[in-house]
Design a protein around this ligand. Structure first.
Ligand code: AMP
Ligand code: MN
Ligand code: MN
Ligand code: MN
Length: 279
């Protein structure tokens, strides 16, 4: 049986392992086909591809694009993209460009509740200075002693209504799908179970996503509880979307899912890899 893990992060975004270390770890965990899907960034793909040759696994070039859909932030994964495509590169660069300013605002907000040095702290934890994310702030807040772990930090800080939340305008849903398709990839709605929208709004989202050319949704992900898997499997079937599977691994020991540690896709789903492995 081929083990797929089509969603994970390296130091090119908010993961803690270099692309090379990540690929080798995936191989040790028994993954055969891995997609590196850094947030708004493809700069890790070349190193990951070399490492995949060393480790003997298949690398799928990927990306996870931040999207503003009304007042909801969504993530759209692009799989099997050409990391040199100029439409994709320009779009990602635009999505990254607001991050540093946002990080300064986040740090100002945190300073107001007595947490000093957050911009410098988060920035020093970010290998890619164009990609300071909430994860880097979360790590800084833990180091600072403001919360004991990732789960706790995202309860007290960095989310709507809490200190350190700064709303931000990302790409539109149509743009993200267009950039991915321009790069020859397939667009997959990431971890749908994480969005705080009701059932009717989820159906609206899936219909819109599909109308823009979206091809799949994550059904099995480190972000879904076991009881969410059949819900999104049913929606995939109903909306004729392919199903994807990915750990969303960021780091060893921060409480997220380990690479490759995923249950199989439900039988009724059409796996997303049929998009690039026809037949
Ligand atoms: P950003 O793109 O800067 O808004 O950061 C989003 C990232 O923060 C996500 O990709 C996750 O890695 C992390 N994150 C957001 N919410 C949580 C949470 N509740 N628990 C752990 N990590 C989270
Ligand atoms: Mn992340
Ligand atoms: Mn995500
Ligand atoms: Mn992710």
């Amino acid at each position: 049986m081929t083990i797929y893990d089509l969603h994970c992060h390296s130091t090119a975004s908010d993961g803690v392992l270099s692309p090379r270390a990540l690929v080798h770890r995936a191989s040790e965990m028994g993954v055969h086909v891995l997609a590196l899907t850094d947030h708004d960034e493809v700069s890790g793909q070349a190193e990951a591809l070399l490492a995949a040759r060393e480790a003997g696994l298949r690398l799928i070039n990927g990306v996870e694009i931040s999207v503003s859909w009304g007042n909801v932030t969504l993530h759209v994964v692009g799989l099997n993209v050409d990391p040199l495509d100029s439409v994709l590169l320009n779009g990602l660069s635009r999505n990254r460009s607001g991050r540093t300013e946002r990080a300064r605002h986040i740090a100002d907000e945190l300073a107001r509740v007595g947490i000093a040095g957050a911009f410098e702290g988060a920035s020093s934890l970010a290998d890619n200075k164009e990609l300071i994310s909430r994860t880097h702030f979360a790590r800084y807040l833990i180091e600072y002693g403001a919360a004991k772990n990732m789960k706790a930090v995202f309860k007290k800080f960095l989310v709507k209504g809490k200190p350190g939340y700064v709303s931000h305008e990302w790409a539109s849903l149509a743009e993200a799908v267009t950039w991915i398709r321009s790069a020859g990839g397939v667009a997959v709605l990431a971890h749908p179970g994480r969005y705080q929208i009701g059932r009717e709004k989820m159906r609206l989202l899936l219909a819109e996503f599909k109308s823009f050319g979206g091809a799949g949704i994550e059904v099995v992900t480190g972000s879904h509880t076991p009881d969410q898997v059949p819900i999104y499997a049913d929606l995939a079937v109903e909306f004729d979307l392919m199903a994807s599977i990915g750990s969303d691994f960021h780091s060893p020991g921060e409480g997220g899912r380990e690479l490759g540690r995923l249950t199989a896709l439900p039988e009724r789903c059409r796996p997303i890899w049929q998009a690039w492995e026809p037949g």
